[in-house]
Design a protein around this ligand. Structure first.
Ligand code: ATP
Length: 315
């Protein structure tokens, strides 16, 4: 595998009409999970990606498994759990731009992931292990599973990529801060959003915050700055990579996951850090122009075409 990732994917239900969900009688549903989005993004760009998880052995679990496998991701490490359900969540549109999320994931199959579910050789043979800060928030055994996967990666010289993906609904701030900082220390590449960086280390410029991440132990930090692009810092390189202008933001969700897939694809192709981050910016921009998390993820030729033909905005 080029990239192996690990985490929970759920069914997302969105009422077709805005307003409180108690009045909703029609819902659209989609497959939603940060880590599987990254795996799908990489598969679409022509790389081999694998996703480790647990799903309920139920209709939604089968649907999610088939969907992700159908996108070209290796799901050989996914366990269909007969004793727990697939997690669900709902997203109500209360008013324009105002969303409310309600999870039904407590005790879900994925929250039962345990260290024994991770095959050391599967990680050892990958180029990158990608993990997020969502998984350790799900349960103690999920936290242990993430640590185990990282230990395997480090033992075999596999680069660890960490996206903090802060979800404040899942755990108290003090615990999130402690665990996310611990994972920053163990990662080779950290991909925080600017707000997550400030949550962890207080206010600062991108340069200051990136330096703090490096002091905590991450070798490479790439700070995502929304439409303006990203700032990167490591031993060898530093700078801003400008974002791409988009005519309309149709759906901002999933931009960060697309960004991760873009950066990793660039590094796997041997691009330097600036060009890899630029690729992340391009995939992020393409994702926000389409509805859903994965619909906008490009194939390689479309990505190259987008980067070549779009004017970049001024930072
Ligand atoms: P997510 O909502 O997926 O968690 P995030 O907070 O992790 O996102 P963002 O900074 O919102 O990350 O977006 C990631 C990347 O996607 C940005 O660095 C940028 O490259 C691209 N991007 C996001 N929003 C826009 C936009 N409006 N226009 C162009 N590019 C964008």
């Amino acid at each position: 595998m080029d990239v192996v990732t690990l985490g929970e994917t759920m069914m997302l239900f969105t009422p077709d009409n805005p307003g409180p969900m108690r009045y909703a009688d029609r819902f659209s549903n989609r497959v939603a999970g940060a880590e599987s989005n990254v795996a799908i993004g990489l598969a679409r760009l022509g790389f081999q990606s694998g996703w480790i998880s647990r799903l309920g052995d139920d209709e939604f679990g089968k649907k999610i498994n088939a969907f992700i496998r159908g996108e070209g991701v290796d799901t050989s490490q996914v366990i269909l759990d007969e004793t727990a359900d697939t997690g669900l969540f709902f997203k109500e549109k209360l008013a324009p731009g105002e969303w409310r999320v309600k999870y039904y994931r407590q005790g879900s199959a994925a929250s039962r992931l345990k260290p024994g579910d991770v095959d050391e050789s599967y990680i050892a043979e990958a180029n990158y292990l990608h993990v997020t800060g969502i998984t350790p928030a799900l349960s103690d055994s999920c936290y242990e599973t993430v640590l185990t996967a990282i230990d395997y990666a480090r033992a075999h010289g596999v680069n660890v990529v960490f996206d903090p993906n802060l979800r404040r609904k899942l755990w108290p701030d003090h615990k999130a801060r402690k665990v996310l900082t611990e994972l920053v220390q163990k990662a080779d590449i950290v991909l925080p959003g600017i707000e997550e960086a400030e949550f962890l280390f207080g206010n600062g410029t991108p340069e200051e915050l990136a330096r703090t991440f490096r002091e905590k132990g991450a070798s490479t930090v790439i700070l995502k700055l929304g439409g303006t692009g990203a700032y990167y810092l490591n031993n060898a390189a530093e700078g801003y990579a400008e974002g791409f202008e988009v005519p309309e933001v149709v759906d901002p969700v999933g931009a960060g996951d697309g960004f991760s897939a873009g950066v990793l694809s660039g590094l796997l192709d041997g691009l330097d850090m600036k060009d890899a981050v630029q690729r992340g910016n391009a995939v992020g921009a393409m994702v926000v122009m389409a509805p859903g998390d994965v619909e906008g993820l490009p194939e390689k030729d479309r990505l190259v075409d987008f980067i070549t033909n779009r004017n970049q905005s001024d930072v």
